[in-house]
Design a binder for this molecule. Sequence first.
Ligand SMILES: NC(=O)C1=CN([C@@H]2O[C@H](COP(=O)(O)OP(=O)(O)OC[C@H]3O[C@@H](n4cnc5c(N)ncnc54)[C@H](O)[C@@H]3O)[C@@H](O)[C@H]2O)C=CC1
Ligand SMILES: O=C(CO)COP(=O)(O)O
Length: 352
Amino acid sequence: MKIAVLGTGSWGSALAKVLAENAHTVQLWGRNTEVVASINQHHKNEQYLGDTILPHSIKATTNLEHALEGVDLILIVVPTIAIRSISQAVAVYLKKNPDHQPILVHATKGLELDTHLRVSEIIESEISSELYQSLVVLSGPSHAEEVARRDITTITAASHDLEASGIVQKAFMNDYFRVYTNEDVIGVELGAALKNIIAIVAGISAELGYGDNAKAGLITRGLAEITRLGVALGADPLTFSGLSGVGDLIVTCTSPHSRNWQAGKLLAQGYSMDEVNEKIKMVVEGFTTTKAAYELAQKQGVEMPITEALYRLLYEESDIRSGLSGLMSRVGKQEASLEQHLGSQEAHEISH
Ligand SMILES: NC(=O)C1=CN([C@@H]2O[C@H](COP(=O)(O)OP(=O)(O)OC[C@H]3O[C@@H](n4cnc5c(N)ncnc54)[C@H](O)[C@@H]3O)[C@@H](O)[C@H]2O)C=CC1
Ligand SMILES: O=C(CO)COP(=O)(O)O
């Protein structure tokens, strides 16, 4: 297949490498001229992927039209904040070439500020569905650094169109990259976006010296609040026990590769959000997603205590330790049952 990858950050570059190793023709687009030149001349993206050698067949460009020319599949991998503008630019190209109907895929994990839209909803709001074949979401526990060194990785391709997710599955699969299809786009995207919030809190907890009990508690209670919001927004609760749910939550809350986890550690050392962004130099999606998710949860009347504690810390400058002790001093609760999420009839059907 001929594939355009939009985004020369760490994830775009690592996914371009997987696709080129699978013998696809890959045209990589990025806005950064130095990164594009380095990929073309030295087959490296040092800023984002260190010494990793990229396949020589990958051609990078800063010209979006060139990157999109004649491709069967467009993979969008820029931070959430850039999704709307990239989608507008892709729409301009597709309108000029209405017979060209590629599959669109995105691998971005976040929620848009103010609108609270999921990434696929932003794309759909900017690109008319007549201009492309189908939209597929790629998500799961997958740090770019490990994919780039061909570590075993499992991931989900979600779409309402099973034929399209099957094509994406086939395009990416190889002996180190295994792809499962899924039809629950809402659940897959929400698991991907919301796990970043819990990972920041896990980083704070680690830096404050709390141990594995706290980490396991955060992951489990984090999953409970992610599921509550997800179900309120129409997700299938079982999706959250899959790769894009608990799988990604585990990897992001436990791996030092995670920028969100690293951000939590830096916050606990006393750095502000701006200083953390400056130090990490890569996107920390959890910062903006915390605000969007907090507002969304308020609107839906869903309780998300961990998200709320982080929101107060980031946007109302509450104290870190009082935030954590606030979580511990909440009134005693019963652990959620399926009935609480779903209502008794649906829970009965799932558990039998
Ligand atoms: N790095 C990873 O291991 C993984 C990242 N992701 C997700 O992939 C998405 C992209 O993340 P990364 O590649 O890691 O980010 P990154 O921080 O490594 O790179 C971001 C890239 O986006 C570009 N960019 C930023 N604003 C832009 C704009 N307005 N227009 C065009 N390009 C723009 C930057 O120039 C840079 O090339 C995020 O949503 C992230 O959560 C998902 C799975 C794994
Ligand atoms: O989504 C990821 C791994 O699956 C990457 O997480 P970070 O953005 O926290 O590095």
